[in-house]
Design a protein around this ligand. Sequence first.
Ligand code: ATP
Ligand code: MG
Length: 217
Amino acid sequence: MNKEYHSELKFSNIDKKYDKQVVFDNFNVTIPLTECTVLLGASGSGKTTLFNLISGIIKPDKGDIDLDGDIISSMNEDQLAEYRYQNIGYVFQNYNLIEYLSVYDNITFFNDDADMFASICSRLGIEKLVDKYPSELSGGEQQRVAIARVFMQRPKLILADEPSGALDNESTQKLMNLFKQLCEEFNMKMLLVTHDESLIKYAQCVCKIVNGEIIFL
Ligand SMILES: Nc1ncnc2c1ncn2[C@@H]1O[C@H](COP(=O)(O)OP(=O)(O)OP(=O)(O)O)[C@@H](O)[C@H]1O
Ligand SMILES: [Mg+2]
């Protein structure tokens, strides 16, 4: 392991295709997990596919994915569920809130610590929304609720797929500062997909998917 970093994600000989569309063909890379690692790439380049592989939502056709010694690609469903709960907090590109649960129940899905809940909701400016349901929220509100849920989980690694896609610039900068504070406070790492180059300043490592490969910038 690279001594400069405490954590890394290693992809070895990964193939992934959907029907006949090849997204990764013998993909090999080690991504150091710094506090904030930014992943760039054109639309359709495979960023969400990569996150779905890391979280075990989809499996590669071939190859291994290793997060600090956990070989994700070889886990069974039970092992995967435990691995995900312990390690991965996924802020989905499309939020994935549970429609029939209130905002409160969505956010406290993994952990209902009252002090932490109050602090996170106030810092994300969603404290007045807790009795609503996801269908009653704006896109940016749903996005912040999805982020609050992941913060409450306190995973080892946050996968944030365009977490500021529905937010204005001021809310985005506030969110990034909150990510930074909480990652430090709870020793979490974040892998952040974005098209917003103004977020690069928050990263210690920036990489980009180009033609099914990762280049480090
Ligand atoms: N479930 C699926 N079935 C078939 N093709 C898929 C599926 N998911 C993704 N793809 C295809 O794989 C490619 C990579 O998709 P992916 O969602 O990983 O891109 P992305 O980099 O996240 O793009 P964006 O920035 O638009 O979110 C795209 O061409 C997409 O059409
Ligand atoms: Mg995507």
